[in-house]
Ligand binder design. Structure first.
Ligand code: ZN
Ligand code: ZN
Length: 99
């Protein structure tokens, strides 16, 4: 058994919310919808995702980049006000990290 300690760090509450994000397609005028669940599982309604064996497509990282993913553990921003995310100004939650 590895000897792991769980420590709790502040993180942006956006990480635990469901998101629906439109990502423009390479085809002009078209867009795909990426859905990110609170458990950070992402899916996309584009054909590449549908037929992907690995459950991914190029839209997922684009959509994930739009969701604030700040954590006090990873930073790099330092939280100056308790309960407030230094990156997006939204509320924070706490997340356990094995250290
Ligand atoms: Zn896609
Ligand atoms: Zn944030």
């Amino acid at each position: 058994m590895p000897d792991l300690t769980i420590e709790y760090y502040a993180c942006c509450a956006e990480r635990f919310r469901a998101h629906t994000i439109k990502v423009p397609s390479s085809r002009p005028g078209a867009a795909y919808t990426v859905t990110i669940s609170p458990s950070r599982e992402a899916s996309c309604d584009c054909p590449a995702f549908k037929y992907s064996r690995h459950g991914t497509c190029k839209h997922l990282p684009l959509a994930e980049a739009k969701v604030c993913s700040w954590t006090a553990f990873v930073g790099p921003e330092v939280q100056e006000e308790e309960g407030k995310c230094p990156r997006c100004g939204g509320p924070t939650a706490s997340e356990g990290w094995a250290v």
